[in-house]
Write a protein that binds this ligand. Sequence first.
Ligand SMILES: C[S@@+](CC[C@H](N)C(=O)[O-])C[C@H]1O[C@@H](n2cnc3c(N)ncnc32)[C@H](O)[C@@H]1O
Length: 336
Amino acid sequence: MNTQKSSLEFSHFPVMLREVIQILSPKNGGVFVDCTFGGGGYTKALLKFSKTKVIGIDRDPAVINLAKKIEIKFKNRFKFFNLKFSQLDKALKKNADVMIFDLGLSSIQLNNLKRGFSFKSKDRLDMTMGHSNTSAQEVVNNLGEKQLNYIIKILGEENDAKLIARNIVKARSEKKITRVDELVKIIEKSKKKIFPKKINPSTKTFQALRIFVNKEITELIEGIIKATKLLKPGGKILVVSFHSIEDRIVKFFFTSFSKNQTKSSRYFPEDHNLNTVLFERYKNKVIKASRKELFENNPSRSAKLRFATRSNNEFVYPKKLIQKFRKYLDIEASNA
Ligand SMILES: C[S@@+](CC[C@H](N)C(=O)[O-])C[C@H]1O[C@@H](n2cnc3c(N)ncnc32)[C@H](O)[C@@H]1O
């Protein structure tokens, strides 16, 4: 057996690893669920503490080989499941001490130009993370102009969505859009403003398509709800998010279902009853990468870390979370 590691295995820099370890205290042991295994950065760091057991989850089949190697090395302490985090309950029978979500893409996925996530790619417009129903190519060629506009505007928060959608429909009437660089050209042509050098004009449209293709908002909401249900009282749920929609969801969830929820809650005062308290007091503190890390690892610039501690209260389904973010869930539901 070839036990040499490929260079890809080393190419993901785990975001805020030092902070994550500090918050989760793995030296005390426990069951840790790494819901976004990726390059295995967090998992490997947690397994260095002898009393930990780790369950790794990732929807991407491309990480299975790496996960298998870790399973062999840590036979009774690590198990991997190629599942989406909305399917967490298929991997876990007993309650966990910690649930970790490090959202978005790994650099392994981004740097593999064949996957179509990067603006630099000239390959097929794919953008599927694994266990996805549709590709970005199908989305840009098959959906109507109005729907494309809505997806790009809402999921990408892109001001020029209307023009981009119009130009996509125009371009595909002449020739099917199959490659990433073809889409990039259409977007660049559609952008009204001159863009600062640091931000690629395609960023927001790519974000929208990636979210839609992989139903990332539905996954996040279902994932954090299931994770909370599976957490032991006193257990921690930790989320690293990379864009504002994700962070709004996590902030709303931790704040609105925590013990500091008061009668004057501007979110839903009528729901002030103990049944909806899923977390201990939540400080609403966002942790960001240190200056040193920003220097070493550029993707960490947009990372926001939040964590909450599960209360002793029985789990009650947090319906208000679904209601609050219904708009996003409805858009993704059209990707059947
Ligand atoms: C930012 S990377 C995680 C990197 C990891 N923390 C590390 O240190 O190597 C995110 C990973 O989560 C996976 N992922 C994203 N959404 C997911 C979902 N809904 N279910 C399972 N895995 C998901 C992606 O495939 C990707 O591998």
